[in-house]
Design a protein around this ligand. Structure first.
Ligand code: CP3
Length: 354
């Protein structure tokens, strides 16, 4: 394998000088790309893409063939973890993820165990296969869901429920929820460390539903467990530091407490002003974000104006990874994603001159 040829993303996460602002997009391999839709059809289903290392490699590389992105992200899903914990993940066409079993009864939660990582070998095989195929072009990001975000799916059995059953447990039986979160945090730590061992060069924790919690509940039921995971992560692999990004969607109110858990970078959605976020976290962490993915549905001119605004808001200095504030939508015209990436490449060098 060739040594890494473009380390701009890893340097930005470490707040080291770079020539421009690196860019990648959450869900960059997905349904907005016709070649992704063709691969999914060929594989038969989304889960077959995830469980086959060769399909996972093919779709991970698709956005990199089109655009000069600065990072690749493992093609998989956060819900592989509860699936390995025995919940039975399935997808119904057009309906999003569901589980055959839910965790609501005390005896089911008490019986929960950290699964054998061998059940997730297809993910680690995909990581090694993607690293081989990338051949040093850009770094590979591994990822997992936060314990709270995974718990919402494990308790509710599906998304889109306003998390009422999970929240009821938080308030009525905090001991049970803490037990579930504790086992899940141990699982996620082992899962991310196995991805790092297989070749992931950075890792990201997706706390997609942390923003649904109250101020106090967020600290106790989400952030505390992400802190446990960060503390347990492998810090270097093959002599290189492995940075960690923590992203709570809707978590802009809590940046100061997020910055204190030991992660290298925080993901931020579009509800915060990036310049203000930078002042709030100081020199503790790098920032990743924060364009509203809906802007990609507009026009190239509007996209360029928004890129200019976000870059100016972060201002001069290092430590920014350009990204969307959440996943790219399936209705994005691929040429609009290109306009975003080109605009970052063209406009950002001015902010990195000494
Ligand atoms: O960013 C990437 O390119 C890597 C791939 C990736 C996927 N899911 C692929 C995917 C990543 C990082 C995820 C994370 C994920 N999965 C999260 C956290 C990030 C977020 O979006 O908040 C969550 C909550 C999930 C759970 C999940 N998986 C949902 C709610 C859905 C259905 C919604 C949708 O967009 O259809 C999925 C399915 C899924 N995961 C798809 C992809 C490309 C679409 C499946 C398809 O091809 O039909």
């Amino acid at each position: 394998m060739k040594p890494l040829q473009n380390d701009t993303f890893l340097r930005a996460l470490r707040r080291q000088p770079t020539d421009y602002t690196p860019v990648w997009m959450m869900r960059q391999a997905g349904r907005y790309l016709p070649e992704y839709r063709a691969s999914r059809k060929h594989a038969g289903s989304f889960m077959q893409l995830c469980t086959s290392p060769s399909f996972a490699t093919e779709v991970t590389l698709q956005p990199l063939e089109r655009y000069p992105l600065d990072a690749a992200i493992l093609f998989s899903d956060i819900l592989t973890v509860p699936d390995a914990m025995g919940l039975g993940l399935y997808f119904e066409e057009g309906e999003g993820p569901k589980f055959e079993r839910t965790l609501q009864q005390e005896e089911d939660i008490q019986a929960l165990q950290v699964p054998d990582m061998a059940k997730l070998h297809y993910v680690f095989d995909a990581v090694s296969s993607i690293r081989q195929a990338l051949d040093g072009r850009v770094p590979l990001i591994g990822f997992a869901g936060s314990p709270w975000t995974l718990a919402t799916y494990m308790i509710e059995g599906k998304g889109g429920t306003d998390f009422l059953t999970a929240k009821k447990m938080a308030y009525a039986r905090p001991d049970l929820l803490h037990h579930l979160l504790n086992i899940t945090a141990q699982t996620v730590t082992q899962y991310l460390n196995a991805q790092i061992a297989a070749g992931a060069q950075a890792v990201m924790i997706f706390d997609s539903w942390g923003g649904a919690l109250s101020h106090d509940a967020y600290q106790r039921f989400s952030l505390a467990y992400m802190q446990t995971i960060v503390a347990g992560l492998t810090k270097t692999a093959a002599g290189e530091p492995v940075p960690c990004i923590v992203f709570t969607k809707g978590g802009g109110l809590w940046l100061e407490s997020q910055a204190a858990i030991g992660a290298d970078a925080l993901g931020v959605d579009w509800t915060v002003d990036l310049g203000e976020a930078k002042r709030r976290v100081g020199h503790q962490v790098a920032l990743q974000g924060n364009m509203d993915p809906a802007i990609l549905l507009s026009t190239p001119a509007a996209i360029e104006a928004e890129v200019a605004r976000i870059l100016a808001s972060y201002g001069h200095g290092h430590g920014h990874v350009f990204n969307l504030g959440h996943g790219i939508t399936q209705w994005t015209p691929p040429e609009h994603a290109h306009a975003l990436i080109q605009a970052v490449k063209t406009m950002s060098p001015a902010y990195h001159q000494a």
